[in-house]
Ligand binder design. Structure first.
Ligand code: FES
Ligand SMILES: [Fe+2]
Length: 422
């Protein structure tokens, strides 16, 4: 692994100047200052990441009272749990006494979280149950010392969190994709596999890679054999329109081919991006498998293979790829300035049995392979971008339009966080 030195001379003034400069050329990549500065990274966490809706987990991963999972974002840890009434909670894994983590195991089942430091005990919903010898503490009110809550939204079995108490509401925007997403009945799906790829690159490089398919033809041979997204729209328009013509009849789902887009600066509220479209597979391919043949029982209400794939975005950092027989969630979260956790979750229909209805290795083959290929190119990209000799080139107007959209949101948000100099 190449270690990237990120020690740059930094100040808010320098950031302001770089932002002004970067905004002048929205159709090019941004200066490498934005990938190297610790000041920028902290500001991104404050202004973008912790204000955005982020996919946390699937309801089936915490099915019983007392079940919980931890999620790491940057240096932070968040607990997602289910209480005795079946309600789901999200809270910061930070003791309200002097700040220790109260839970270390990544997942499990508990009645309480006991802080390892001085033994304060929290209920599974985060409320403070007891604080040792607190009867002699003046005016101590246990009710005021529960674990700090994180905002939560559950949509079709998908749990989303937002660390900003004043975040814009997310369920409203998500309603716009209810029809196409509902077909997969994700609330009844099961997690077939989950894997985190820790990529040695700044989170924006990892996200930018996901936002464009210019690299698909060159970097993802297996993917490019099957998916029309590798080509310019006009070149594959006949494949996509033939697919959309048969979608409703073959799948039995009204509105499965619906397209909707309100992302980044166009989102209804900050950090509430919602997108969907259905794109095509080349002839002979029915799903994301090695040979194009089905991998698992059809999901939810879907009655047949139309040769299409549902493409979804939910929040700025979470995306889904939905084949008729399995779905994949992609989530990008920064770990440090120079490392990113890219998590993939594969879902199949709730009653599908591994080894009988699907082979897990076959199921995950394409996107595991594709993720390793991405890791390879992203880390090479990071090495070049971090060079003092790097100069950003132009975006491709069609293939890389989404990066340009992301950058506009990114630059605007950082700029808005700097008090005006006038
Ligand atoms: S830090 Fe948790 S009990 Fe003191
Ligand atoms: Fe890729």
């Amino acid at each position: 692994m190449t270690v990237i030195a990120t020690d740059v001379t930094d100040s808010e003034d320098r950031l302001a100047a770089r932002l002004t400069e970067a905004k002048k050329s929205p159709d090019r990549g941004i200066d490498n200052y934005f990938y190297r500065s610790h000041l920028v990274y902290q500001r991104e966490l404050n202004q973008l990441v912790f204000r955005s809706w982020v996919y946390a987990a699937h309801i089936s991963e915490i099915p019983n009272p007392g079940d919980y999972q931890l999620i790491s974002i940057g240096e932070d840890s968040i607990i997602i749990s289910r209480d005795a009434q079946g309600d789901i909670h999200a809270m910061h894994n930070i003791c309200r006494h002097r700040g220790s983590r109260v839970c270390e195991e990544q997942a499990g089942n508990r009645k309480t979280f006991v802080c390892p430091y001085h033994g304060w005990v929290y209920n599974i919903d985060g409320g403070l149950k007891s604080a040792r010898e607190s009867h002699v503490m003046n005016d101590f009110n246990a009710q005021e010392h529960g674990l700090k809550k994180v905002r939560l939204a559950v949509f079709m079995g998908l749990i989303f969190i937002n660390c900003d108490p004043d975040a814009a509401e997310f369920l409203g925007p998500l309603e716009n994709i209810r029809q196409p997403l509902g077909a997969y009945q994700l609330e009844n799906a099961k997690v077939a596999h989950k894997q985190t790829y820790r990529i040695s690159a700044n989170w924006k490089l990892v996200l930018e890679n996901y936002l464009e398919c210019y690299h698909c033809a060159t970097s993802h041979r297996a993917y490019a054999r099957a998916h029309t997204l590798r080509d310019l729209d006009q070149k594959v328009a006949h494949v996509v329109s033939a697919m959309l013509e048969r979608t409703e009849e073959v799948t039995g789902i009204e509105g499965l081919g619906t397209a909707y887009e309100k992302v980044y600066l166009d989102a209804e509220g900050f950090g509430t991006c919602v997108y969907t479209s259905r794109y095509g597979l080349f002839d002979g391919y029915w799903t994301g498998s090695k040979d194009g043949k089905p991998l698992a029982p059809l999901m939810g209400d879907i009655k047949g293979y139309d040769g299409g794939v549902g493409d979804f975005q939910m929040g700025p950092l979470s995306f889904m790829l939905n084949y008729p027989d399995h779905c994949i969630m992609y989530r990008f979260l920064p770990e440090t300035l120079t490392s990113t956790n890219m998590e993939l979750t594969w879902y199949v229909n709730g009653d599908a049995i591994e080894g009988q209805d699907y082979d897990k290795d076959e199921l995950i083959w394409l996107w595991h392979q594709t993720s390793l290929e991405d890791e390879y190119i992203i880390t090479r990209n990071s090495e070049g971008v971090n060079s003092r000799f790097f100069e950003p080139g132009p975006f491709h107007p069609e293939f890389e339009a989404s990066i340009s959209q992301f950058n506009r949101w990114y630059l605007d948000t950082l700029q808005n966080s700097i008090p005006s100099q006038e």
